[in-house]
Design a binder for this molecule. Sequence first.
Ligand code: N01
Length: 503
Amino acid sequence: MAKKTTTGRPVEVDHLIIGAGFAGLCAAIKLQEAGERDFVVVEKDTEVGGTWHANTYPGAACDVPSHLYSFSFALNPDWTSHYSPQPEIKAYIDKVAARSGVLDRVVLDTAVLDATWDDAAQRWQVQTTNGTYAARTVVAGAGGLSEPRMPDIDGIDSFQGEIFHSARWNHDVDLTGKRVAVIGTGASAIQIVPELQKIVGHLDVYQRTPNWIIPRNEHKYTDWQKTLFRRVPLAQRAYRAFIYATLESRAPAFTRFPNLMKVVEGQVKGSIAKAIKDPELRAKVTPDYRAGCKRILISNAWYPALAQDNVDLVTEPISKVTADAVVTADGTERPIDVLVVATGFYVTEPPIAQHITGRDGRTLAEVWDEAGMAAYKGTTIHGFPNLFQVVGPNTALGHSSMIFIIESQIRYVVEAVKAMRRDGLATVEPTAEAQAEWTQRMRERMEPTVWQTGGCASWYLDKFGHNTTLWPGQTFMFRQHLSRFDADRYDVTPLTTKEPVSA
Ligand code: N01
């Protein structure tokens, strides 16, 4: 592991990377490959892995096929299943990190408290819980879904039983035979509930809005397939390309032709009819908005779990939580031992935005609160020189693999760093005009999408009603936009002659 700062003076580095999940590790590996040696990765957790370290709830798994949900430069022929469970993804990240040789530059258990741009020094001054750094560039890969959001429910703090958020699962609590409530029916909850149903005494599931949940095409890879992938990497690449093309072919239904989603809706209604006999329960789980407006979820176990005798789906709004029960608006009190909160994350901006202060003394969060999240190509931000935000505004996906987006952004970062070296640049900062044009383009592309027209409330939309979260198109278009560092859209300053250029 990298050395921590031991004196009061900042440690000088060329690049400081925030976060050691898929994004931060990809940045470290690719910067190293490009010949950059002077970097540090600071990670607030005690292990690498990001979201795949934090989310250990029962049933945690990825809903993007394993062969696509992995780095293009570190294919894994040994994936056991079409969709990987969390422990397998975490093990993959650990292995890639260890093999890449970047681990000695990862400082664990170190949170960024404040990163402030120092215009005179042309450096980011970064205070962490373990000392300070002065860095030429900051690559923020701290994740958008990292800060759990507890619901603002009257009396929730007075609950005397065990209570925990899906992303902070308390494995010390034995749920066997207990009375448990789960609040939320999003991507996390639909994986948790079928697992809990098997062991608890009684389960109350509190649903505010139903989701469209398509069947999960689950299958295990045979030894024969794994051997083929290991011996013939081209076969694995072809298989990966096939998965990629299949997922990308669905993008137009989200972005341009939302009526196509009726096909998905028909499929889901079929699954509901098959799994649930009670017409009242069927009606409760059937959404009234266009599929895709909220994230389409996948599960074969959700509807059957809800139909079990030890499960109640409660759609009456929660009015309060008492010391030992959840009370709904109709006055019904349902006593419980354990409360699981699967209510998602603070999402309209990456939480790290509160800790990054730009050229004019305002934090990224303050700037974005004023007019909504915006960045040039989802990656660089006017007023924040030499900052690269991975998984920034309009980069998330509802239809394909985020790893593809992360790799596209990191290529762009590496191209930017190469251009800075080649051209002797101290700073690069997108012009206000370039960023405004890009943001306008995103808004226009969003207009016909299912996220804007589908008739639902979702965390994709900000307080102004704009979808500043998702990429409105196919991912190869995103990659194409970021394929070269377009310095002509940037304000740049040259290094002063006194400034050494580290080799
Ligand atoms: O969170 P969510 P999540 N009272 O925000 C409800 C990724 N992910 O952790 O829909 C009552 O989606 C809320 O209701 P409503 C993926 O990108 C991926 O499940 O707002 N209910 C909703 O049902 C995903 O989109 C994977 O009306 C309240 C739920 O809580 C993202 O993470 C697995 C409430 C929150 O759902 C977040 O998923 C897991 C309140 N006060 C996560 N507040 C896979 O790859 C909120 N809710 C499989």
